[in-house]
Design a protein around this ligand. Structure first.
Ligand SMILES: [Zn+2]
Length: 210
């Protein structure tokens, strides 16, 4: 509760100054999130998979709330082996205050939550020279999609300084695939200053480490 109040104060003083301002890719921020060792949707479980290629179908509509988590993650923010972002309760409170409408949360076991930005922005795969693995004729999923950073978005994309969004493309291979999460300049700086473990806020126009 204390955290939520802090960030509400931040926005009540800052929002009018930035109202309507937008962030170009040059100032946009990207979340870089460390991995945990959770697997929510293991092979052999009863989640829907393509009968031809075995890729997950409707991955983001699976009922993650019903899955038992045997211990809390070490990090405040982390990503499962199968691409699900997991946040602890104080992170969710902070984000709920920062983005009252911008994120869909699903409550998980042990007070954890997963987050998924509601706004979707179009990634410019041609400009980024993103590469695509084999595409399954049955389900339309690619085996892998590689080449996410530095971020390139279609020129028509508009992201407000206080907005959060995810890319339409999901990067990585097989079950790991997940979208980039992008932030406007103002909220990116505020989130970075809170220094949650497992989470680094980096400039979207910079390549990923390594
Ligand atoms: Zn398939």
């Amino acid at each position: 509760m204390k955290l939520a109040c802090v960030s509400l104060q931040f926005f009540s003083s800052s929002t009018p100054r930035y109202a309507g301002a937008t962030t170009g890719v040059a100032q946009m921020q990207r979340l870089s999130i460390e991995y945990n060792d959770y697997i929510f949707l293991p092979k052999g479980s009863d989640v829907s998979r393509c009968p031809v290629c075995g890729q997950l179908i409707n991955k983001w509509e699976q009922n993650l709330a019903a899955i038992a988590i045997r211990r809390l993650p070490r990090l405040d923010v982390s990503t499962s082996v199968d691409g699900v972002v997991v946040v602890k309760e104080d992170v969710r409170l902070f984000l709920e205050a920062m983005f009252p409408e911008g994120i869909r949360y699903v409550s998980l076991d042990r007070g954890l939550s997963t987050i998924r930005p509601k706004k979707v922005v179009a990634f410019d795969a041609a400009a980024r020279k993103t590469r695509f693995g084999k595409r399954c004729d049955a389900c339309g999923e690619y085996e892998w999609i590689v080449g996410a950073t530095p971020v390139k978005l279609l020129s028509s994309v508009v992201l407000g300084d206080a907005e959060i969004a995810r890319t339409d493309l999901e990067f990585g291979s097989n079950d790991q695939k997940n979208p980039l999460i992008l932030l406007g300049d103002v909220v990116g700086s505020a989130l970075a200053s809170r220094a949650f473990s497992g989470l680094t806020v980096v400039r979207a126009d910079k390549p990923a480490r390594g």
